[in-house]
Design a protein around this ligand. Sequence first.
Ligand SMILES: [Zn+2]
Length: 93
Amino acid sequence: MEQIKDKKVPMRMCVSCRQMMPKSSLLRIVHTPEGDLKIDFKGKQNGRGAYICDSEACVNKAIKGRIFNRVFGVEVSQEIYDYIKDEYSNNRR
Ligand SMILES: [Zn+2]
């Protein structure tokens, strides 16, 4: 992936690999007011967001390391991690 250096491009940190990346190349994971985690493909979901690279390596690492527990400071169930993983693979093609 090409690194964009333009200062006008909003940068966010991937919670998995901790690299700063252009926001547009990251996936937004939202902790909704209902307590779910979702991949916010449209960037419009309400709730606290975290960013992660749109890469299988980073998504899998986040799921294996249960990174979202730490990021959001909540206990995230295994079902939710499985759901995120499915959502991610279903939207990758
Ligand atoms: Zn990453």
